[in-house]
Design a protein around this ligand. Structure first.
Ligand code: TXA
Ligand code: MG
Length: 322
């Protein structure tokens, strides 16, 4: 792992790595991000792997500006007002995925919404511009650890797992961006952060707080759990070692039982990174007429397998709203 000063040359090198699906830690005005190509399922799987996340939380896609954002989300007038006032800066907007949006399903944890923001840090901007890609970027720390606001923090937390850290000095804001959901009727604050509620309300009027959402929709209580993560409409059977009539099979590994209506293999090579990158797309494909139930073969409970199994358990839960 190397910590490098951001120069035209090192940024070009970082951009090249991102285009090849590698990960690069980069400074933003809020905290350091662990960047990867947001349109590349494998790169995003590598982010979750590096963070050691036991779940697939949806990630923020970082872009240059509102014009670029329109390629990835269904933009709105409210988004426009907010972007005019706060972008580039520490405000993340959650908007419906655009039709044909190239953002990877793993980036949004299978959701039909995309969290997007334009960071104001010049190094982040230069990197996004050089890569020509939206960058998925969670905070660059191991899961459960504090967010890094200096390059050394990233090195201490993730050093062995990433090849390059762009050192942009200490982060000026130091707390993560505010996450505001604009995908439902009332704009709702999902995570307080660098842009204050008061400042947002000055621009668009009163907003709701995610805690204030009526009971009965418990999935909404914690940010990231908001709006049920994608769950198939068909029942899901876990730990399947055989397939029965009417089932679609989500397989894993080289030995796949016969008998399913349709079989899709998360990874014939038993590679958990490959499995993670295929998970949401394959679940969606199996959730279709002609299939009564989705059977899923056992996935090892190690590494990314924790996140995959967490997601599958939610998909299989009776009240599959979480
Ligand atoms: O300041 C920041 O936001 C930093 C820098 C690197 O940009 N990034 C960051 O990312 O804090 P992360 O992954 O640690 O937090 C992303 C937050 C989580 O609370 C996640 O649940 C929420 O954004 N989020 C992402 N996509 C969402 C979506 N489609 N719907 C609802 N919440 C979403
Ligand atoms: Mg974080």
């Amino acid at each position: 792992m190397s910590i490098v000063e951001p120069t035209a040359r090192s940024i070009a090198e970082a951009a090249r790595r991102l285009q090849q699906g590698e990960l690069v830690a980069f400074p933003t005005e809020t905290v350091y991000g662990l960047g990867g190509d947001a349109t590349n399922e494998r790169a995003v799987a590598a982010i979750f792997e590096a963070k050691g996340r036991p779940q697939f939380n949806p990630l923020i896609s970082h872009v240059l500006d509102a014009e670029e954002a329109r390629r990835f989300v269904r933009w709105s007038d409210v988004a426009d007002k907010l972007a005019l006032r706060f972008w580039p800066g520490p405000l993340t907007l959650v908007l419906p995925r655009a039709t044909e949006s190239p953002i990877a399903l793993l980036t949004t944890a299978g959701l039909d919404t995309v969290a997007i923001r334009a960071p104001s840090h010049p190094v982040a901007q230069a990197l996004i511009r050089a890569a020509g890609l939206p960058l998925a970027g969670p905070s660059a720390n191991r899961s459960g650890a504090v967010s890094p606001t200096r390059a050394e923090h990233v090195a201490n937390s993730l050093g062995e797992r990433i090849s390059l850290i762009l050192d942009g000095g200490p982060c000026l804001v130091g707390v993560e961006s505010t996450v505001l959901d604009l995908s439902s009727r009332t704009p709702t604050l999902l995570r307080p952060g660098g842009a204050t509620r008061e400042a947002i309300e000055t621009v668009i009027g009163p907003i709701a707080m995610s805690d204030a959402i009526p009971a009965g929709d418990s999935a909404r209580k914690s940010p990231g759990q908001l709006h049920s993560h994608y769950a198939p409409t068909r029942p899901v059977r876990l730990g399947a070692t055989s397939a029965v009539a009417g089932e679609g099979l989500l397989a894993f590994g080289p030995d796949v039982p016969k008998g399913a209506v349709l079989t899709l293999n998360l990874s014939a090579a038993s590679d958990l990174g490959e499995a993670a990158s295929n998970l949401f797309a394959m679940l969606r494909t199996l959730d279709r007429p002609g299939i009564d139930r989705i059977a899923v073969m056992p996935i090892p409970e190690t590494g990314l397998g924790l996140a995959i199994n967490d997601r599958l358990r939610r998909a299989a839960a009776d009240d599959a709203t979480a």
